[in-house]
Design a protein around this ligand. Structure first.
Ligand code: F6R
Length: 242
């Protein structure tokens, strides 16, 4: 694992955006795996800026996102579809129809997850997968478990996730109970992985995930077995590493 320690969130975001830009420049028809959450927002801001400056061209790029809530319409501002359009897709020249997320409006979970997995395979797999890190070590919606789930699948959200997300919705009833997510196998099949982490509140998780035993109780710990992982983290997130 390559580790880049940055001073702060801004520098982390620039470094991560540089790594993604290098991928886009060196392989203009790359398949990029993307993430939502607060951590990659600054990375996307840099990519948008460099596109606007004329330094980046996404016209050959295809994207697949990690996950999506089940049952949320795409125009709901909490859907990951909405997030990705708001932060990236509406501002760069990735062609329409080449940005993919699991479709949360599809009722048949097995069919939607199988089709998503087949889609990724038909694209030739993911060249570079961007990840964030959950406080409990989750990646995508793969929560601590007894096993590492392989393919894209439907997960029941844990009660504390529903509780934590309640504030973003009009009422607790509107918080989705399920989500579609790439599996750990799907993530591990990406050719390269870039994981971004910021903040002292993630320092223990970084230590456990990347310097502790590999266990499905800390899903991100499996990344230690991937041959090409880059961790870009700020000083605060790396503060528990000697
Ligand atoms: C996002 C995702 C999640 C987040 C993780 C960290 O698509 O799948 O695993 O990456 O929850 O979220 P933040 O960046 O908000 O701390």
């Amino acid at each position: 694992m390559k580790i880049y320690k940055t001073k702060n969130y801004e520098e982390m975001s620039r470094k991560a955006a540089h790594i993604i830009s290098a991928q886009v420049t060196l392989k203009p028809d790359s398949v990029l795996g993307l993430a939502t959450g607060s951590t990659p927002i600054g990375t996307y801001e840099n990519l948008v800026k460099w596109y606007e400056d004329g330094d980046l061209d996404f016209s050959g790029i295809t994207t697949v996102n990690l996950d999506e809530y089940k049952g949320l319409p795409r125009d709901n501002d909490q859907s990951y579809y909405y997030f990705m359009h708001h932060h990236l897709f509406d501002h760069v020249n990735i062609p329409d129809g080449r940005t993919h997320l699991p479709d949360g409006t599809k009722e048949d979970s097995d069919q939607e997850c199988r089709q998503y997995e087949e889609l990724i395979q038909s694209l030739g797999g993911v060249d570079l997968q961007l990840l964030g890190l959950g406080h409990n070590g989750h990646i995508g919606f793969n929560e601590p478990d007894d096993i590492f789930p392989d393919d894209t699948h439907c997960v029941n959200l844990q009660e504390r996730t529903i509780e934590a997300n309640k504030r973003f919705f009009a009422s607790a009833d509107e918080v989705p109970r399920q989500a579609y997510t790439m599996g750990i196998g799907t993530i591990m099949r990406a050719k390269k992985i870039l994981i971004v982490v910021s903040g002292a509140d993630k320092a223990d998780t970084v230590k456990e995930a990347f310097f502790g035993p590999i266990t499905p109780k800390v899903p991100a710990s499996i990344l230690q077995l991937h041959p090409d992982v880059t961790l870009v983290a700020d000083e605060a997130a790396l503060s528990k590493i000697d």
